[in-house]
Design a binder for this molecule. Sequence first.
Ligand code: HEC
Length: 458
Amino acid sequence: MIFFLEADIFQFFGRFHSMLVHLPIGFIILAVFFELISLKKKVDLNLAISYAFLLGACFGVLSIILGLMLASDGGYNEDTITLHKWTGIIMTLLTFLLFFIKRKQSEAIWKKKGYPIIVTLVMILLFIAGHNGGNLTHGSNYLFEHAPSSIRSMAGLKPVRERVTILDSALVYEDVIHPIFESKCNVCHNNDKAKGELLLIDPKSILKGGKNGEVIVSGNALKSELYRRITLDINHKEFMPTEGRTPLTNEETVLIEWWINEGVSFDKKIIELSLTDRIKSYLQDVGIGLKKTFLESLNVAEVSPQTIDSIKLKGFKIKPIISKSTLLEASYSSYNKQELSQDKFNILLHAKDNITWLNIANANVEEELISNIGQLKNLTELRINNTNLSDDGLKQLEGLKHLEYLNIYGNPITDSSVESLQKLSGLKKLYLWKTNITEEGKLKIKDSLPDLTIFLGE
Ligand code: HEC
């Protein structure tokens, strides 16, 4: 039986602890449940209750043996494991006691007072042992990891820092590396379970290293034990993560390599490190991307159906820019020969925050209403071609800072409008066919808006 002494065999059996341990819990709760029923319904369940306690206690003993085997491997937080061990042992002994009291119910005189107290005590110990066991397996953050901030603060935990996912402002450690360690490594390298005496929970613990000293050599991933462990063959005994846990993806591994080679920063922004296209694309794989577009970041309340109807009554077509969006696209049919008057347009202003695309091309537009278009501050696309728009009219649109697309073809616009167009700083596409803007004017516009493409065809 010498093989029994081998640590691996201990580990092999020990791992069944986490599974088996739920059996005593179940039997004990069942016993207490029967007890409550028999009190309420006045039925005699004493035999069932006593056997449930007995089964709970026996499986409790088995769990204790397996638990001790599992713990022999070490790497667990001493305080947590001591508490877990002794609450489990005392609870099991008391459960045996409950079984005996139940069997000899008539004789035990002190039972009437003592029994409920012991039952309560067992339930409390069960809760403590169970909770600490959970912390040992999953880490003490596990339970409240995804709780809302208010509940976290009640549990005495730091509010979670909202992860920044925009490339320009994200931090390399907080937003890229830390989340990788948290999701792939820290079930085993945390405060309650520091396997290999290594914690990967914060800068201090990472720099401190494990039982064999430092695991990271700043600036040199290839000399770093941590990097060696994650790049070994997956079947290698020392490969991390162990025990068949989900390994790092290729992207995550490369990002850790990059972070080490770039000097193991804990406070720098991503953009302060050197960034290749490959790293940028890998960062996208872990959820760090470019800035949201203006439309993606817009958050406006829905327009009421009544308002939509009243806008439609005035001859507009209006619909969400994409399904389920609160943002709207409005157009005034070019076949509608009736003048688009200021009265009609004013109704549209009831949805002025929501309208991002407006098409009044070819419409017979009353000149005075142009200034009202300037009130549609969230406009990103405006088609106002063939509407007799003048330089004065265009001046009214200078405030549309989010405008990306502007079609003013077929309007009597001259170089006097160059300045107004230069002020549309978000502009990317401008349609100038059949206007009176000269080559020189176009060059001026292009110079001040480098992202802009000017289209001269229809
Ligand atoms: C399932 C548990 C488990 C997970 C998950 C896990 N490790 Fe480990 N780790 C261990 C155990 C057990 C040891 C000690 C035995 C050994 O050194 O191989 C260890 C040791 C290490 C060591 C060596 C420490 C020293 O000083 O000897 C490093 C480095 C390490 N782990 C890194 C990682 C990284 C990085 C991850 C995440 C990608 C990770 N581990 C995930 C269980 C785990």
